[in-house]
Design a protein around this ligand. Structure first.
Ligand SMILES: NC(=O)c1ccc[n+]([C@@H]2O[C@H](COP(=O)([O-])OP(=O)(O)OC[C@H]3O[C@@H](n4cnc5c(N)ncnc54)[C@H](OP(=O)(O)O)[C@@H]3O)[C@@H](O)[C@H]2O)c1
Length: 312
């Protein structure tokens, strides 16, 4: 039996602890071009978005917080996610990191707090650029146990992880008092994560897809199969990609600064079994995000065969 359930028709995924996560959310990374972010967040909420994906790393939470103060939708109807940056993995830094996030967002609690990456950086690291010498040997479970305590504090309704591969989760789960509610990872047809998604499903971990449209680096919207399905349904490639994720029971957090595209991304299309199978058979493989491009020591995150996770 699944630890989380897809709700029919209500657009939510029920997390293992009963908390409802809207299946379509707004991404906010690099959503601040020309100071547009506050307006984007307000427009998105007006259009019906209730799930906002934030992170300390994005350095724009104050602007998001100001926008959240100005919307008519009550706090209890929003699902606000943020992430602990890698320089805050030492256990004594986890609770203050959450307090800083809440201060920036001007909120009393988060709906979901994620460990952004399964590796730590030295506490004095800034947010941009790091080298091998900045890696900090903090075991993942030390950070996770500090996050588990936060659930009891009432300042977070659920905790989860991001960029965790199957082998890390397999080692981690037997040691958890609180199983991660969510694993946020890159998912689109060029990085479909069939095995990881299946493992999360049987483990009761909901999956959220980041870069669901491939971001700026991966041209999955231009893929011939995606384009052909979009043409047949008279919709856009973005709608095909998002509908494919939602049909797989995966939440998606596309980012857009255009109100027309924000509205479009909320409209799912009913894909047939044939469409789903065609999208599942795409063989091109490409990731937008991979920290091992700059830091080869982090190959173990997305290239499991090359090395084991050094610190659990
Ligand atoms: N956990 C992690 O490590 C991690 C990593 C990366 C991202 N994320 C999260 O995931 C979110 C989404 O990822 P992302 O922003 O990299 O990529 P994305 O959402 O896949 O793609 C965003 C790009 O697609 C365009 N776009 C949006 N809707 C469109 C549509 N209907 N038709 C055509 N183009 C469209 C946007 O341009 P316009 O703005 O001009 O519409 C933007 O250039 C981020 O914002 C962030 O919140 C998390």
């Amino acid at each position: 039996m699944l630890g989380f359930q897809k709700q029919s028709g209500v657009g939510n995924i029920k997390l293992k602890n009963g908390v409802l996560m809207p299946e379509l959310g707004l991404g906010t990374w690099k959503g601040d071009e020309a100071g547009l972010l506050a307006q984007t967040v307000k427009t998105a909420i007006d259009l019906g978005y209730r799930h906002i994906d934030c992170a300390t790393y994005y350095r724009n939470q104050r602007e998001i917080g100001r926008a959240l103060k100005e919307v008519a939708v009550p706090r209890k109807d929003l699902f606000i996610v943020s992430k602990i940056f890698q320089n805050n993995h030492r256990p004594e830094r986890v609770a203050p990191a959450l307090d800083e996030i809440l201060d920036e967002l001007q909120l009393d609690y988060l709906d979901l707090l994620l460990m952004h990456w399964p590796y730590a950086l030295s506490p004095d690291m800034g947010h941009m650029g790091f080298s091998t010498s900045d890696l900090d040997p903090v075991p993942i479970m030390d950070t996770w146990r500090a996050m588990e305590i936060l659930v009891e504090s009432g300042k977070v309704r659920a905790i989860g992880v991001s960029n965790f591969n199957k082998s890390i989760l397999q080692k981690m789960l037997p040691q958890c008092r609180v199983v991660p509610a969510v694993n946020q990872v890159e998912v689109h047809p060029y990085n479909p994560e069939h095995e990881l998604v299946a493992f999360c499903e049987i483990s009761g971990i909901a999956v959220t897809a980041y870069c669901p449209l491939g971001g700026f680096r991966v041209d999955v919207m231009g893929d011939a199969t995606v384009q052909a399905i979009a043409k047949a349904h008279k919709c856009t490639p973005a709608q095909v990609l998002l509908s494919w994720l939602i049909a797989r029971g995966i939440a998606a957090i596309p980012k857009s600064t255009s109100s027309a595209r924000l509205a479009q991304n909320l409209q799912m299309v009913p894909l047939s079994l044939d469409d789903m199978q065609s999208l599942g058979r795409i063989t091109t493989r490409q990731r937008k995000v991979d920290p091992s491009r700059d830091t080869p020591e982090l190959k173990w995150i997305f290239h499991e065969s090359e090395a084991e996770c050094p610190l659990i």
